[in-house]
Design a protein around this ligand. Structure first.
Ligand SMILES: C[S@@+](CC[C@H](N)C(=O)[O-])C[C@H]1O[C@@H](n2cnc3c(N)ncnc32)[C@H](O)[C@@H]1O
Length: 287
């Protein structure tokens, strides 16, 4: 443990670089900015050197142009997951007042970014980890979202069945045998439940696929993030669950998303009818 007078920013950067932090200067600046006292600064630098993710020390991470609060132990949203958001927003915006469910929501970053892009969204988010649920509740407070604690889709209100336009899930997808290969930031400071997807990494993804048809509206979509090598297998799983698959890829950030369509009446047409009813209600309200 570092003791004595507070170190200068360049000295902190040198210590972080020696500990293997690639963005040492930027991290040093962030840690100096977040520490309230010299003792506090020494403590956070020690923790960073020990592998605590800088985002958990600083308390937030930039994601899709937002500042997402990240509490200790909660999965840090990755930049690659912005593809999942882009694909979800593109599909949800076809519908007037879309219903979106974010399963395995973690900090709630995906739902928060979708809600920021589509303020008319009705958003439901679920995570099994109470710490993540508390964190998501903070990040989603402004979106008027409902946040539930529980196993996958179990806590969703039954009334949502058949009405979800976009079911999105960044579920854990690392094969159990690869967990030890992850950097310490993930391996030691994010919960195993946030990372471990079982033997082939796809245990949770298969469950999402199996549940999708029950929740999706006709014409609705399910979207999951996977590894590039898992995409084909996930697409085949979607087919088995009567979902028409498509794979989206962003090489720049090494992101893969498998999208599944529940075929049926186009949601735009369905919503157009609902929208008429809604407008009639608001006219009644105004009169
Ligand atoms: C890879 S993290 C993704 C978090 C967030 N969606 C994101 O992209 O930042 C996976 C999340 O799934 C949650 N999780 C794992 N198993 C779950 C289950 N059976 N039901 C609900 N959530 C689960 C974990 O607690 C963790 O927050």
């Amino acid at each position: 443990m570092q003791t004595g007078p507070p170190a200068s920013e360049p000295a902190i950067a040198a210590r972080l670089r020696a500990a293997g932090c690639v963005f040492a200067e930027e991290e040093a600046r962030l840690l100096v900015g977040v520490a309230r006292t010299p003792a506090d600064l020494n403590r956070v630098v020690d923790e960073r050197v020990a592998g605590v993710p800088v985002e958990q020390l600083v308390g937030w991470v930039p994601f899709c142009g937002l500042q997402i609060v990240v509490d200790r132990g909660v999965f840090v949203p990755r930049r690659r997951t912005e593809l999942l958001v882009r694909e979800s927003v593109g599909l949800a915006r076809r519908v007037d007042g879309p219903v979106v469910v974010d399963l395995c929501c973690g900090s709630g970053a995906v739902g928060a970014a979708i809600a920021a892009a589509l303020p008319s969204v009705e958003l439901h988010a679920v995570d099994i980890d109470p710490v993540a649920v508390r964190c998501a509740s903070r990040n989603l407070a402004g979106a008027g979202a409902s946040v539930y604690e529980g196993d996958l889709d179990a806590p969703l209100p039954v009334g949502l069945a058949g009405h979800v336009d976009v079911l999105v899930a960044n579920a854990p997808y690392v094969p159990s045998g690869d967990i030890d290969l992850l950097p310490p930031e993930a391996r030691l400071h994010e919960s195993r439940a946030a990372l471990d997807g079982g033997t082939d990494g796809l245990d949770l993804v298969r469950r999402v696929a199996a549940a999708a048809l029950r929740w999706l509206a006709p014409g609705g979509h399910v979207l999951v993030e996977t590894g590039e090598r898992q995409a084909e297998q996930v697409a085949a799983t979607f087919v088995r669950h009567r979902l028409l698959p498509r794979v989206a890829r962003d090489d720049e950030v090494d992101a893969t998303v498998v999208v599944g369509l529940r075929e049926g009446v186009c949601p735009t047409r369905r919503r157009a009818r609902t929208g008429t009813r809604r407008r009639a209600v608001s006219r009644t309200d105004e009169s």
